[in-house]
Ligand binder design. Structure first.
Ligand code: ZN
Length: 617
């Protein structure tokens, strides 16, 4: 035991205690112990301390009310019981003089300190599935509320939720002949890992047992050869639950995409989180087709069609919130690869004043979309958040009295408030053909996914001239170049001048994590690079913490350059107008550039120097 040093340091609030029971039927650390520690370290005041002492047991009983009333003590797993830290957290107390909530993580970290153990905030993306599930049986893990985290140089690191829970670990050490290092983690973290990792793994193993392959993965290849290319059915209950675990785990990890990739001998499952792919699971290859079939079935794709790419959708729920999944399949060398894109409606459809507009720009943009007719253009590169802007704008103007029709390629997210048409080039449903017929559908507002050619542009202009509001996107870098793009496509200058209400250009920047934000001064070089007047500027950075997975960033925000179609500008647009001229007029009319707005975002402490440089070049 590497942490056998349980000696009390003077001033420590935790008593010495040691588990003698082989089967822990209650937490050995008590609510009173933890309350005493919190009180001693000034995390709670006298009043809060008395409250916990008085109501702690009743609160614990309430949190544990799922237990059967006459369940024998020996049958209770530690995993089923709320920990003292959770019981205290459930009072949602505020740490005196800080306005900060007392969280389970903060309490657990303090307990670790007081008991001389290392504390770990578990990041599931950093765990290896095999280490977690191969070292100890699931029942043991649940009974003792422990989870293996890492194996290095013959030492297995195990996270425990109770610092006094020593005996079972010693037993495990003797039984398996391994070295174990104990660290402390919160019950919530440990439970989450146990559910997600063991849940998925148990389903996969059970599915294999069903196939008669046994649970020994090492024999798999041999058996695989013997049995030929047998595949398990996608209707198998274990496959169904494995897919459920996988989706839930992806939602919990804030993943934006799930990749399921067939390799020669195994199927690799990866998640993209904050723009980076992480390996999550590997699954025996013979289960790959079953998992893919299950997803295809959910997305209403043709399960039998395996040689052609397909696209479909799954609508599901997580934490009482609708989530939309776009499933696409692609035949690759070893089978079908599936990519699932996860759309969070709370990201795609937000209140317009929450997506990052500065005040002047926001007021201007609102006048564009509140006009009864005309064209509003949103420009920017792929991934700059144009869809969020369009959806959020439509949502703002949607009322029961108006008919909103969208033409998209493909439909990003299905919304009941709009009538959405997806472009399907294969059957000749294109922007052009839909637009030709759509005016007969009596729309008030039209959203056209993208203006790419003359025909689409002409239709948009036509719709605007006949009294419709048209929202669309163009693939240009800034707002003024959208005008020259329209002229290049072939739209007559007088029509551009008379139909366009306004143009915005946008970018997304990552915002600094609020948990680990700190101040620094902008260096002289950085000031020169940004062309700023020489003086002291305070900017912020993120240190990197558990909340942001060490990146220093959490969430993203838009930057919006808004080009107003003033009389001055309109009168100067003609077939020979060039970029420089439009830009000069726009500046004279008060347009603030993307770069300037980005610098403002940085100086206000929302984002970093490096982020605005990488986004605005
Ligand atoms: Zn952070």
């Amino acid at each position: 035991m590497t942490d056998s040093d349980q000696t009390q340091k003077p001033g420590d609030a935790l008593p010495r205690r040691r588990a003698t029971d082989r089967i822990p039927h209650k937490s050995m650390l008590t609510i009173k112990d933890v309350a005493g520690l919190l009180h001693q370290r000034s995390r709670i005041d006298d009043e809060q301390y008395q409250l916990i002492l008085k109501r702690g047991d009743a609160q614990a009983a309430r949190l544990n009310s799922h237990l059967r009333p006459n369940q024998a003590k020996q049958d209770i797993y530690l995993a089923e019981l709320a920990s003292p830290a959770q019981v205290i957290t459930s009072f949602s107390l505020e740490i005196p003089a800080t306005q900060k909530k007392l969280t389970e993580d903060a309490i657990t970290e303090l307990i670790a300190q007081a008991s001389g153990m290392e504390y770990l905030k578990i990041d599931p993306l950093k765990l290896e599935l095999d280490v977690v599930t191969d070292q100890i049986p699931r029942a043991f893990a649940l009974k003792n509320l422990v989870v293996p985290i890492e194996e290095k140089g013959g030492v297995v690191t195990i996270a425990v939720a109770d610092p006094f829970n020593i005996r079972p670990i010693e037993d495990l050490q003797h039984a398996l002949g391994i070295q174990i290092r104990r660290i402390l983690a919160s019950r919530s973290d440990i439970l989450k890992i146990l559910e997600e990792f063991f849940g998925f793994q148990a389903s996969v193993r059970a599915a294999q047992v069903e196939m008669g392959l046994g649970s020994q993965l090492s024999n798999l290849e041999q058996l695989f050869k013997m049995r030929g290319r047998d595949e398990i059915e996608s209707s198998d209950q274990h496959i169904i639950s494995a897919v459920e675990f996988l989706l839930k785990y992806a939602f919990d990890s804030r993943a934006s995409d799930i990749h399921i990739e067939p390799k020669r001998e195994k199927s690799l499952i990866r998640f993209r989180v904050d723009g980076v792919l992480h390996n999550i699971h590997t699954v025996p290859m013979n289960l790959h087709p079953a998992i893919v079939s299950r997803l295809k079935l959910l997305a209403r794709l043709d399960v039998a069609e395996k040689r052609r790419p397909q696209d479909g959708r799954i609508k599901t729920q997580h934490l009482a919130k609708d989530i939309e999944l776009r499933v696409s399949t692609l035949p690759v060398a070893f089978g079908e690869k599936v990519v699932i894109r996860i759309f969070d409606p709370e990201i795609l459809m937000q209140k317009l004043d929450r997506i990052g507009f500065c005040e002047r720009e926001f007021q201007l943009y609102k006048t564009f979309i509140n006009k009864p007719h005309g064209i509003v253009l949103v420009t920017g590169p792929t991934g700059s958040g144009k869809t969020t802007t369009l959806y959020s704008s439509l949502k703002t103007i949607a009322t029961p009295e108006i008919n909103i029709v969208t033409i998209e390629d493909p439909i990003e997210m299905v919304m009941e408030d709009f009538n959405q048409v997806g472009v399907q080039t294969a059957i000749n449903v294109t922007f052009g053909t839909v637009l030709r017929n759509i005016l007969r559908q009596d729309p008030d507002v039209l959203m056209i996914g993208e203006i790419r050619d003359r025909e689409t542009a002409d239709n948009a202009v036509q719709a605007a001239l006949t009294g419709h509001l048209v929202l669309s996107t163009l693939h240009t870098n800034d707002a003024p170049s959208a005008i020259t793009r329209l002229l290049d496509i072939g739209v007559p200058a007088f029509l551009v001048a008379s139909t366009v209400n306004g143009i915005i250009a946008q970018r997304l920047v990552r915002t600094i994590c609020l948990e680990c934000k700190y101040d620094r001064l902008l260096t002289v070089d950085e000031q020169i690079y940004l062309g700023l007047e020489k003086k002291a500027y305070t900017v912020c950075e993120g240190q990197g913490c558990d909340a942001c997975r060490g990146t220093g960033y959490k969430g993203r925000s838009g930057i919006f350059e808004v080009l107003e179609f003033t009389d001055q500008l309109k009168s100067r647009i003609n077939e020979r107008t060039d970029m420089a001229e439009i830009y000069a007029i726009a500046r004279a009319d008060g347009m603030v550039s993307l770069r300037e707005l980005a610098i403002r975002k940085m100086l206000e402490g929302h984002t970093t120097f490096s982020e605005i440089v990488s986004v605005t070049g």
